[in-house]
Structure formats: structure tokens, C-alpha cells
Design a protein around this ligand. Sequence first.
Ligand code: RM4
Ligand code: MN
Length: 388
Amino acid sequence: MTAAERVGPGLHDLRIELPSWAFGNSGTRFKVFPQPGVARNPYEKVADAAQVNRFTGTAPTVALHIPWDRVDDYGALARHAAELGVGIGAINSNVFQDPDYMLGSVTNPSKRVRRKAIDHLLECVDIMDVTGSRDLKLWFSDGTNYPGQDDIATRQDRMAEALAEVYDRLGSDQRFLLEYKLFEPAFYTMDVPDWGTAYAHCIGLGPKAQVVIDTGHHAPGTNIEFIVAVLLRAGKLGGFDFNSRFYADDDLMVGAADPFQIFRIMWEVRRGGGLDPATGVAFMLDQCHNIEPKVAAQIRSVMNVQEATAKALLVDVDALGKAQDDGDVLGAHAVFMDAFATDVRPLLGELRAADGLDPDPVAAYHRSGYHAAVCADRADGAQAGWGA
Ligand code: RM4
Ligand code: MN
């Protein structure tokens, strides 16, 4: 079997979802640097996302974040996306920026605030009904900063109650993906700090409750691929928010900080059957391009995931299995590392050319003149941002 035959079918099935917020201005708490040509509204963000799909052929959906992407008519936004050859993907809820949420959203001590937060989550499901989205992504900034500030177990009860109400509202072809994060903005306890907590809430609810792994949301050194293997085995891996990090939740381009890690993750995905679209594992980016041009950075990120996936598909499973069964530690490791060490870029270029795409998507995007055109078109008005 040629390398192209081993890699081609799996790569063809790979779909990577783009985050609308990657196309707006973003930054750190020190400064948001505006960039020329940045989208001013959800329609323009979708248009930018469509460029990423145009040159990669692999990013057919864009996730929305509510209220950042609030529009009067979500049906019209979905039609706009369809006209550009893409669709609306996951709906991301946002219960972390309203002043009412200082002490939490669904785990807030105040019943009124909890109700308000749950109502927002239900509103997101209403939007999904209109956009045809399958997934609601739930990330909660809820937590505490000081020991004794609030009762840890009571907050878990409130979380469970809120999740149950949202779960019951989901349609038969809808799911929620519960995201965990170790710390930030809360520094003592987060209410969903790790995959175990997310998993415990999800198994209590049923198959429409799944865990999503944001690669930036772990303690340094955490073996994320182990989590992938365990969740896939349990049928509870709903998807990924891909990005990379050097320190905390850096939201840098996936595969930039540690290409080996994303390879190891994609290997476990492949090993667990998660590359089969039928398993429902969603491959999403959750990134912010604070200093680099946004559309090109998204294209590069998609390519980085493709490269890691191609390498994972190159692993010789028969040779690996034999070495593992024989207890051949170095032999098994060598099979694994051979795949990682392969330069798959020429192969990916060939596969793109066979699909009628430019072998070099970033260069093709630069040549297209899109960036200059939007810089001219979008000279007026306020640019979109993440409103932090
Ligand atoms: C959070 C989390 C969510 C994302 C927001 C912007 O840290 O990763 O997935 O929607 O950031
Ligand atoms: Mn995320």
C-alpha cells in the first residue's frame, strides 16, 4: 500500500471546525491589537472562515459564540454561510462576561442569576434549532477564589441541576459538549476543572452529554492523549478544542508549541476509531491570533492538524501490534517514531492537488488578494472583538 493509500481516505473524512472568534480582534488582558481588515460582524467572520475552507477543503463549518455572534436572523446567517460553501457548527454559550456572573453562572449562590444563566443556555439551543447545529459547547468560568468562599459540593449540585435542564431541552440529534478547565478565571476551585468531573456529570445524564477536550486547559505535563484514549473507550469523547500552549491557556496555533503532542493525540483518536465521522468526535479549533494574521493562521492550523493526522495514519499498526505483543519496547517505540518523523508535507500537497486544491494553501490564499480586498472593504465601522 502506498503512503497516499494509507493516508488519503482518513484525511478525506477529516473535518475541522473553525471558531468565529478567531476572526475578530483578540489579545491579552494587557492589550488587544487591532489588525487591518478584521471582520466587523458575524457575516464577515463567516466569510473569512469560508476562505479557510476554500483553500484547505477541510473546514466546512464555523462555530458561533453567543452573544458575540448575536444576529437578528440566524436563518439568514446560516443561508449566508451556505452561499459561501460552509455551514454553522457548534454554538458556544457565554455565561462568563455579564456582570451578574462575578460569583458564577449556573453555580452562583443566587437563584436569580442561576436562572438567567440557564436561560441563556436554553436560548443557545433555540439558535441551534434554527442553524441546524448539532453541538452546544458549554464552558463555565464558574469557581471560587478563596477556601470557604462557597460550598464545593453544593456548587456541584447546582451544576448538575443546570446541566439536566439543558440536557432535557436537547433535540434527538443534538448534544452538549461539556468543557473543563483547570484554572482561570477562578484560582482556588473551578466547578468543572478536569475531565473526571466533566465525565461524571455526563455519565449521569446520558448519550447526548459528551466531554470536550480543550488542549490548553490542563496542568503542564498532563498526558492528554491518555484522556483521549479513556474517553473514547467510554464513548464519551464529544470532541476537541484544539490550540497550543507553552504556559497556560495560551490559545496559540495548534501544533505550534508541541507538534509531537498533537500527533500523539491523533494517534489515540485513530486507535480508538475516532476518525470515523460516525463516532461524532468533533475536531474544532479554539484559538486567538493576537499578533499573526488571522485567516492565514487558521489555514496553517488546519494544515497542522492534517499533518498530525497523516502521521497518525502512517503508523504501521500491524508492526506496532506485533512489537507490543512481543514486549519489544524499543521496536514498538521505533514504529511509532518512524511515523512521527515522516515529512508528510509533500504527500499532503499531492493529495490536495488530486482534489483540485493548491498544494500550498497559505501561498494560494496570499495570492488570492482576499486580504487586500477586505482591508479596503472593511475600512469603516467597528471591528469585531471578544469583548473581554
Ligand atoms: C474558554 C473556553 C471556551 C471558549 C472561550 C472563548 O477558555 O476555551 O471553549 O469558548 O474560552
Ligand atoms: Mn475551548
